[in-house]
Design a protein around this ligand. Structure first.
Ligand SMILES: [Zn+2]
Length: 319
């Protein structure tokens, strides 16, 4: 990334792609700081990871960090989508001269949420880029955007953050034991935001509860199954996390047969063996796939109560 600056030819538009929580917006802001810092220095190590150097203390750096710099425009979805009037407002601002920035930035976060109207309005900006202005679009994948937009941006791909990096972060900053940090890092699936924002105090007892409930499903009454499904669905903020916990549990049962050293819930090793003996590999793969289907259904806005009822029945070996 830092090479973009050193070569002296900064592209007008960049497209950052990668899963949620890998730092796309953070890097865009660091890029803006590196372009506008009044006292950039290479020696303090702050720019080490991505090659950007900036002081972090001058008025430009501080305003950018606080989100109050008049030349750094951040557009993100209002509710679920970026609307045309947001892009029109941005175009209005970009039509004027920058206030005091060397490089003005327009960051369009989750650009894939633009509808066709909004995307076409943005395309006009990309076709005639304003002076001293850098556009940064972020999206999960380029194929979610109009090809005409993608072709006008220089692509930069962000990779998932390695599990051991996340685990080391959680051990140091969240004060987790090494075992807990390993499980938590695996649940975050490469997303720094997911690792950091998880319910770090409450998830260990919750994981035990989830696993106990799931183990009991094979002999549970339909009333008990419905109650479990309802409890899962009602706790919407932690539903995604609950499904990741269950997926990781079944993954461990599957792996335990062939490679017990590689299980991730290592603090529950004494329960994994007996639980794995009750399952077949095909059955475990089907359960993992069923959880994936439930995750996709919820992302597609299927009623979560219904999705959980279907999932619980499948995990119980019915339907
Ligand atoms: Zn600075």
């Amino acid at each position: 990334m830092g090479g973009l600056l050193k070569r002296g030819s900064i592209p007008h538009a960049l497209l950052f792609t990668g899963m949620d929580g890998v730092g796309k917006r953070t890097v865009a802001l660091r890029f803006a700081m590196a372009c506008n810092c009044q006292a950039p220095s290479d020696g303090d190590g702050r720019g080490a990871a991505d090659g950007f150097s900036f002081c972090g203390d001058c008025s430009a750096c501080r305003k950018i960090r606080a989100g109050s710099h008049p030349d750094i425009h951040l557009t993100r979805p209002a509710a679920v989508a970026i609307r045309i009037d947001q892009i029109r407002a941005l175009r209005g601002q970009l039509a004027m001269k920058p206030y005091d920035a060397r490089y003005r930035f327009a960051i369009i976060a989750d650009a894939h949420t633009m509808n066709a109207e909004a995307a076409n309005a943005l395309l006009k900006v990309l076709e005639e880029p304003p002076d001293r202005t850098i556009l940064v679009l972020t999206a999960v994948q380029a194929s979610d955007l109009l090809p005409t937009i993608v072709s006008r941006c220089q692509p930069v791909r962000f990779h998932p953050i390695p599990r051991n990096t996340l685990a080391a972060y959680l051990e140091t900053h969240a004060n987790l034991s090494s075992e807990a940090a390993t499980v938590r890092a695996a649940l975050a699936n490469g997303s720094f935001a997911r690792a950091r924002d998880a319910d770090l105090a409450g998830w260990m007892p919750r994981r035990r509860w989830l696993i106990r409930q799931t183990e009991a499903l094979s002999s549970a009454s339909s009333v008990a199954m419905l109650a479990f499904a309802e409890k899962l669905a009602k706790d919407k903020p932690r539903l995604g996390d609950a499904l990741e916990i269950l997926k990781l549990w079944f993954r461990d049962l599957l792996i335990w047969r062939h490679d017990p050293e590689r299980i991730i819930n290592s603090d529950l090793a004494d329960r994994i063996g007996p639980a794995a003996r009750l399952e077949t590999s095909a059955g475990l793969l089907a359960k993992i796939e069923n959880i994936g289907a439930a995750q996709r259904a919820i992302e597609g806005n299927v009623n979560s109560r219904l999705a959980m009822e279907v999932l619980v029945r499948r995990l119980a070996g019915l339907g």
